[in-house]
Ligand binder design. Structure first.
Ligand code: MRU
Length: 364
């Protein structure tokens, strides 16, 4: 995707300095385009924890490079496994992180230590290249879905979509998952409009999704998290589409806190609720998402304070609760498969069920 006309990926290895990676500091969007240079594993763990990089597929890709950085001083098996465990612990819900690290460990442990760094870079680059292709395929399958809605509406008006959090190109290496079909529909001339949930407490919707859509010229409206149900009742939502951080073998979906309530409201209003994901987001080891997916609990300060930009252009933080009130901050929730209309993957669409997933991924 492009920023001010220049094409970018969300993580890249510059040709002039290939022992490092570059990422955007996502805590500065949309006010500043700040590029960070990373060259050691501790810096990688820090940007993942602080959410300067975020979004399940991007976390996995960046962590893969982190593991390679860790091997630069010590490529031994023990260093490999220690760094792998430390990286995996940085964010517990998004399974792409574990997937990327396990893929690298499996690949590297069969390679002589002195060749591990260069082989690791190649594998991490491959994870990034594959992510771009996979998201492009998700975009094409999702585009068909939006086209079907457009045709069902007799090509009248516009297709109104609602999304939660940010599952766009900056949450992946490129394209995004839930936003890829929307970009493609817009580019194909289908008049789409997106209701963008603000997504408290980190505001990934109002800060990131609105910025992404606006940069691409996609019509959108930011709404507070509690408004979605209302717009579903007034007939202003044709489809909900979200990304995910982990899908279980039976099709339960972990995603940003608040997703479950959107799915409940969609069910009550007979509105299709679709989830877009690369297969690296499927956790085949887990079935019951509500019981078995660990939910990341983040700092209560994310709830107790808001940050934004003042009229004079300063980024500023304000407390929005009494000084001694505690806050709880689960970062994700689980939407049971029964509330999910279907899953959009790089191999096509399927039911959110064990049989549906097996039909697309028989090898699992
Ligand atoms: O806490 P975040 O911002 O990393 O959470 C991101 C989400 O919940 C996204 O919807 C999900 O990772 C899918 S990204 C393609």
């Amino acid at each position: 995707m492009k920023i001010n006309g220049t094409p970018y990926r969300s993580v890249w290895r510059p040709t002039e300095d290939p022992q490092s990676i570059r990422i955007f500091d996502q805590t500065r969007f949309p006010w500043e385009i700040d590029i960070l240079e990373l060259r050691d594993v501790h810096a990688v763990m820090h940007v993942i924890r602080s959410m300067q990089v975020r979004g399940a597929p991007l976390i996995g890709a960046v962590a893969a490079y982190g593991l390679v950085f860790a091997l630069q001083n010590d490529p031994s098996n023990s260093a490999l496994h220690k760094a792998a465990e430390e990286l995996i612990s940085t964010r517990p819900t998004a399974i792409n992180l574990r997937w990327a690290i396990e893929r690298l460990v499996t690949h590297l442990q069969n390679i002589p230590p002195e060749e591990r760094v260069s082989a690791g870079y190649q594998e991490a680059d491959a994870i990034c290249d594959e992510d771009v292709k996979v998201n492009e395929a998700i975009g094409e399958y999702g585009l068909e879905l939006i086209r079907e809605i457009w045709e069902r509406k007799g090509k009248q008006g516009r297709v109104n979509l609602l999304t939660h959090c940010n599952a766009g190109w900056i949450a992946t290496v490129d394209w995004g998952t839930a936003l890829a079909p929307i970009y493609m529909a817009h580019d194909a001339g289908i008049p789409v409009h997106v209701w963008v949930d603000e997504t408290r407490p980190r505001d990934q919707g109002s800060l990131l999704t609105a910025w992404e859509l606006g940069s691409h010229g996609v019509p959108h409206t930011v709404i507070v998290d509690n408004a979605g149900g209302h717009f579903m009742q007034t007939g202003d939502v044709d489809m909900v589409i979200v990304g995910t951080d982990r899908v279980t073998a039976q099709g339960d979906v972990a995603n940003k806190i608040g997703t479950y309530l959107k799915a409940l409201a969609a069910k009550d209003n007979n509105i299709p609720f679709w989830v877009a994901l690369p297969s690296s987001t499927i956790d085949w080891r887990v079935k019951d998402g509500v019981k078995d997916i660990p939910i990341e609990e983040r700092s209560s300060n994310e709830v107790l304070f808001m940050h934004g930009i003042t009229d004079s252009g300063d980024i500023s933080r304000v407390r929005i609760a009494p000084e001694h009130s505690p806050a709880a901050n689960p970062a994700f929730d689980v939407t049971p498969a029964r509330l999910v209309t279907g899953l959009i993957t790089e191999r096509g669409r399927c039911d959110a069920s064990e049989a549906g997933l097996k039909s697309l991924f028989p090898e699992e």
